[in-house]
Design a protein around this ligand. Structure first.
Ligand code: CMC
Length: 377
């Protein structure tokens, strides 16, 4: 028997939700290339596509939008809870702990009932932006901003977070970033979600567990670290030395590398384009962007040989910083968008559910006898 470390290359499900060709840098959601979706669609329409397997007809979309918007408000007890927790709690921890509590307000509790799937989907899509924005305001000692139902999904989040209405283009660019984060085959957090659903736990438990899995720096947590890595650079000329020192210490360059992509992550290319569009609106001289571009160029020179390229997390933080989103909220934004992907996988997995129960190769001792505390060395 052999151990497959990190299950690298081992299929654990059959899925029709998304597809990656890591050699060619292709990503498709339900067969549609990611470029086409970013160009033509919006985050909620893509969420519908991921979960229900087809693009919605106008009436279906209108109903879905209405159901998400009807769930933007959170119960006042959740807001009161947020007011009582230490203000320096990381928003990923807040999100991970609030999600199971949101289930208390959902009467559709049976994970085997389609009503639970729909209800958890629209509630989580509606309420996670509100919880995150409320946490940002509360942790800064500011008044929370109620959702504005007239705004688009992306605009409303930026509005609740910042307390002022974003420009239309800012909302649109942000919404497209959410499309990029929405789904990505069986990565660590999605695998976590299906492992949890395989026990027939409800979707709130699956999503909350997946949030914990996403928070690590090898996964979604990389975007926050890229931001800090770039902002600590004082002079652009120092970049080659900084990178060489990191590599000689065997330190990983955050925002670079991927288990599946052995070329550019297509999401990294799209997010860079979106960032350039945003920079045109905000003005040219964005020091963080200048540093990011130089860092990308030099790191690529050093890592390309090993097929290590920028991933989505390399530029996402720079873009979010221009939208006024604080660094500790970059991974929560990723989580907020990934809810539709996680739920799509949980729903799909349940169709032929099999409890995950892998095995191990035991390499410990046998028949070892108990030693009383006073005799232990
Ligand atoms: N910087 C420097 N070296 C790297 C990096 C990196 N970012 N990524 C991989 N390597 C090297 C690694 O040191 C190893 O070298 P050697 O063979 O000499 O020991 C080799 O590449 C293979 O590494 P691995 O850990 O076996 O490769 P993996 O496929 O498990 O790595 C990864 C995938 C994402 C964990 C890794 O690339 C990494 O740690 N990247 C930085 C964190 C990051 O940006 N994560 C976000 C991923 S994309 C968003 C998401 O979907 O989560």
């Amino acid at each position: 028997m052999k151990v497959y470390a990190g299950l690298a290359g081992i299929p654990v499900v059959k899925s029709s939700i998304s597809y990656i060709d890591g050699q060619k840098g292709i990503l498709e959601y339900r067969g549609i290339p990611i470029y086409e979706l970013v160009q033509n669609s919006n985050f909620l329409e893509v969420s519908y596509l991921l979960v229900f397997g087809k693009l919605p007809k106008q009436t279906e979309y209108d109903q879905f939008l209405c159901d998400v918007k009807n769930n933007l408000n959170v119960d006042s007890s959740i807001i009161n809870f947020l007011k009582d927790i230490p203000k320096d709690t990381h928003p990923m921890k807040v999100l991970q702990s609030i999600i199971p509590i949101l289930s208390a307000f959902d009467e559709n509790k049976d994970v085997l009932d389609e009503k639970h799937h729909y209800s958890a989907l629209v509630r989580l899509l509606g309420q996670t932006p509100t919880v995150l924005a409320a946490w940002k305001r509360i942790s800064e000692g500011k008044e929370i901003v109620e959702p504005d139902f007239r705004l688009s999904y992306g605009e409303n989040f930026l509005y609740m977070l910042r307390g002022e209405k974003p420009e239309k283009a800012e909302g649109e660019i942000f919404d497209k970033c959410l499309i990029l984060h929405a789904e990505h085959t069986i990565n660590a957090s999605t695998f976590t979600a299906i492992v949890v659903v395989s026990t027939l736990a409800d979707f709130y438990s699956c999503v909350s567990s997946a949030v914990g899995s996403l928070s690590g720096r090898l996964h979604g947590g990389a975007n926050e670290r890229v931001y800090h890595m770039l902002s600590h650079i004082e002079k652009i000329e120092d970049i080659p030395k900084i990178i060489d020192e990191k590599l000689s210490r065997k330190e990983r360059i955050m925002g670079f590398g991927h288990r599946v992509y052995k070329t550019y992550d297509p999401r990294a290319l799209i997010i860079k384009e979106l960032l350039e569009k945003l920079i045109k609106i905000k003005g040219d001289n964005i020091p963080l962007y200048q540093k990011a571009k130089e860092f990308e160029k030099v790191a690529l020179e050093r890592l390309k040989e090993k097929k290590i390229y920028p991933n989505i997390d390399f530029y996402s933080g720079v873009l979010y910083s221009l939208l006024g989103i604080p660094p500790e909220f970059y991974t929560p934004v990723f989580a907020m968008a990934r809810i539709s992907g996680w739920i799509a996988h949980c729903k799909e997995y349940l169709k032929e559910n099999k409890l995950f129960r892998p095995t191990q190769i035991y390499d410990g001792g046998h028949n070892i006898h108990y030693i009383p505390p006073e005799k232990r060395e």
